[in-house]
Design a protein around this ligand. Structure first.
Ligand code: ADP
Length: 373
């Protein structure tokens, strides 16, 4: 089963230039942010995407944090290797930037098997998925990002592939139509989603293993910052790595982006390019990241809720409409962190701002609220 790993993306990918789209042939990096994402939200420009591959862990030992998840993955990995069988299908869920793609790419590397990447929005019909399924070699991994967006027709097509490693292809039309059954090589689907609740029960149940990735602790993020600074040949002090970590919203991708920005800042504003605490603080101030890690979009969300909806309760559709943004972006990329930090409450009647949020922004419900920028 062991073989030279091959990394494949969809035919029309843009992997040669390192721009988002797929995993490229030398193990490059899949694109991450959906087109819904505002540029400053999870913040990855094409340049950041290039670095993303450099910084992405390449093996289990490079993965920081998610201890319990990693322990369980090690067990299923070793058991599969012992039995010389493919891994059972795995579903990763959690907010963007927490390592779903990273874990999906590391697993086949540990197994020495092939990896293919695709994303559900690019699979509008079974024929789009067919090449991935027929190319899947024994024990290989097919990663489907944003799997909650699979159209029902593709979802139904995938069921027999997941369960019995076969697909049913309909040839011809009308009375001449016939179904041809095609066998596939046993393989593993790894699905990633930011919205597990949007998966249908039949699809969810076909994933033998389900893992939820949670936000990281500050010391874990500081470790990621230190390791990545080394990969980038950048010198960073202990205090500065903690400063970046504590303003990273519990999210490794955010830590990476803040590190890249701070490195640029240090290179332009200091003689030696070393990132000390003061330089890190200056860089973060210029980037408008506050002491809690809140960015413009987070502040805009809270200010909208406070100023327009008198602190709530307000429905997500109404808030999104006022901000002129898709509700998905707010639900996936803004709210999870605000909820975790106790700045926002979700109630059956809608979203409500908390007193901690008012304190953080220096605002009150009635009276002298600042204008929304
Ligand atoms: P997701 O697929 O959940 O959106 P990614 O796997 O793309 O997140 O992670 C974004 C980046 O964060 C990766 O390129 C990697 O550099 C970093 N990262 C994520 N998880 C970890 C981890 N556990 N240890 C170290 N770095 C990580």
């Amino acid at each position: 089963m062991a073989r030279e790993p091959v990394y494949q993306g969809p035919e029309n990918d843009t992997s040669d230039d390192g721009i988002p789209g797929s995993v490229n042939s030398d193990g490059g990096d899949p694109g991450k942010d959906s087109q819904d994402s505002p540029a400053d939200s999870m913040g990855s420009s094409p340049l950041d995407e290039e670095y993303d591959y450099t910084l992405r862990p390449q093996s289990f030992k490079d993965v920081v944090g998610q201890k319990k998840v990693m322990e369980r993955l090690s067990i299923i990995l070793q058991a599969a290797q012992k039995r010389k069988e493919p891994l059972g299908h795995i579903l990763f869920d959690g907010p963007p930037g927490l390592g779903k793609t990273t874990l999906a790419t590391v697993l086949p590397k540990e197994m020495g098997t092939e990896f293919q990447y695709t994303s559900a929005p690019s699979l509008s019909a079974p024929k789009d998925l067919l090449p991935f399924l027929t190319n899947a070699s024994y024990g290989s991994v097919l990663f489907i990002d944003e799997i909650h967006r699979l159209p029902p027709i593709v979802e139904e097509f995938i069921y027999p592939a997941m369960e019995d490693y076969r697909i049913d292809i309909v040839l011809g039309e009308g009375v001449n139509a016939r179904t041809v059954n095609m066998k596939l090589k046993p393989f593993t689907i790894i699905g990633a989603t930011t919205r597990p609740g949007m998966l249908t029960a039949p699809l969810r149940d076909r994933f033998v293993n389900r893992e939820r990735l949670d936000f990281y602790e500050v010391d874990e993020l500081a470790e990621i910052v230190r390791r990545n600074a080394k990969k980038l040949n950048t010198v960073i002090s202990e205090e500065a790595s903690f400063e970046l970590a504590s303003r990273s919203r519990g999210t490794p991708r955010k830590s990476n982006n803040l590190l890249l920005w701070t490195r640029d800042y240090a290179e332009m504003r200091t003689k030696d390019g070393i990132i000390g605490l003061e330089i890190a603080q200056q860089a973060l101030r210029m980037r408008e990241v506050d002491d809690m890690g809140l960015e413009n979009l987070d502040r805009r969300y809270l200010k909208t809720l406070i100023s327009i909806f008198a602190g709530g309760p307000a429905g997500i559709q109404a808030i999104a409409h006022s901000m002129n943004l898709p509700p998905d972006t707010l639900e996936d990329e803004v709210e999870p962190f605000l909820l975790r930090m106790g700045l926002l409450q979700r109630t059956p009647r809608g979203r409500i701002v908390t007193s901690s949020a008012l304190e953080q922004l220096g605002m009150s419900i009635s009276g002298d609220n600042q204008p929304i920028n």
